[in-house]
Design a protein around this ligand. Structure first.
Ligand code: UD1
Length: 363
């Protein structure tokens, strides 16, 4: 069975790595081709993840880079079509909800190649998010849908997806976390930044809704400056966010906040695991903090990962300085959180995926 795996953007790498590792254990069943679309291309948004996760170099690199949604999606589709025609795979496996995910799924569907979607069924209900469009389209055209949680199964049933296509396997991102947490804890990044365990807040922000409008971003940065009066704040700044900050001179607002470049997988996991509180608008970090038992303040009005609020450590707040500051201070003053116990988030999701795929009928 020939499987093409697609990666493109930062949150894809830690999802595909454990699936490829699992399939590599069965060379008599699976042949694998790794395609990197190049949606993310900076060393610290892409290459460092290959090193940290022990992934082999891509077999095909499409080099699409940045652009508007239409440009980026179109470039991925135009680059991916000849790759599928060349390899003639049995399956195209896509993960998550980035533009590369949807673009490659569309190409496969039109060429009549079966699609497996990992992290299927998540819904924020928020159509202003490009990811929501990517999720709905990808799920609708997928042949196999691997979900992380029961809410995702319910969303797919609601959308009329045949339940026989849906397999609840757990969370592949947690597979990478479980495998690499011991190495992450040995990273020297805390020492390098002069941080102590449970002695700092960790921040990431990159959603267009939070960072593209300079006035909205200013408001959030004011909250961070307020938190920095209480304890050190480390802000790993996404390139999208950095551009807006530089264009509007917002660096001045962040008095006391330690701004650093985006980190690799191991360094960021090391900091997440040691933080007092994490403030973010990322999807995956809501999951990782829930698993680790680190309080997470998510600056969004909704989440496609409600299980992290119900069973994990996540709380949603509006993008105002007051809400972010007060939720963060409550986390700092509250009782320590306990690691979330979310069914099937156990480090074995990718082995379940390999089992299900290995038992599919030939095309
Ligand atoms: C993308 C995903 C988002 C995911 C995020 C993780 C979509 C629609 N969005 O958002 O779901 O949460 O990745 O990071 O697919 N840039 C660089 N270097 C890079 C990559 C990007 O400088 O290596 C800059 C460019 O200015 C680019 C901007 O960041 O225009 C946005 O990149 P893009 O891939 O369009 O979206 P993200 O905001 O990264």
């Amino acid at each position: 069975m020939l499987v093409i795996h697609v990666v493109g953007a930062r949150p894809n790498f830690m999802k595909v790595a454990p699936i490829m590792a699992e399939m590599a254990l069965q060379p008599d069943v699976f042949q694998q081709v790794l395609v990197h679309t190049g949606q993310h291309y900076d060393v610290n948004m892409s290459d460092v993840f290959f090193r940290d996760l022990g992934m082999r170099a891509p077999d095909e690199f499409l080099g699409v880079g940045s652009g508007s949604h239409a440009q980026q999606t179109a470039r991925v589709m135009m680059g991916f079509e000849p790759v599928v025609e060349k390899h003639r795979p049995d399956w195209v496996l896509v993960v998550g909800d980035v533009n590369s995910t949807m673009a490659c799924a569309l190409v496969a569907a039109k060429l009549g190649v079966r699609i497996a979607h990992v992290e299927a069924g998540l819904r924020s209900g928020d159509w202003s998010m490009p990811e929501e469009i990517n999720r709905v389209v990808t799920d609708r055209i997928s042949d196999l849908l691997f979900t992380p949680s029961a809410d995702a199964d319910a969303n797919l049933a609601h959308d009329g997806i045949d339940p026989a296509r849906v397999h609840r396997v757990g969370n592949v991102m947690i597979d990478s976390l479980v495998r690499l947490l011991p190495s992450a804890r040995r990273q020297p990044v805390m020492h390098g930044l002069g941080l102590s365990r449970r002695g700092f807040a960790l921040v990431t922000l990159h959603r267009p809704a939070n960072v593209d409008d300079p006035e909205g971003l200013r408001e959030i940065l004011q909250a961070l400056a307020g938190i920095a009066q209480r304890l050190p704040v480390v802000f790993a700044v996404h390139p999208r966010t950095r551009k807006v900050m530089e264009a509007h001179g917002l660096g001045r607002v962040t008095g006391g906040v330690r701004m650093i470049e985006p980190l690799g997988y191991l360094d960021f996991l090391c900091l997440t695991d040691a933080a007092s509180v994490v403030i973010t608008d990322s999807g995956g970090i809501q999951e990782e903090t829930s698993y680790l038992g680190i309080p997470c303040v998510t600056v969004r009005p909704n989440t496609e990962r409600p299980v992290t609020v119900e069973l994990g450590t996540n709380r949603l707040v509006g993008a105002t300085a007051g809400e972010i500051l007060s939720a963060s201070v409550q986390c700092l003053q509250g009782a320590p959180s306990t690691p979330g116990s979310i069914p099937l988030w156990d480090g074995k999701a990718s082995s379940r995926i390999a089992w299900v795929m290995g038992n599919q009928s030939p095309r």
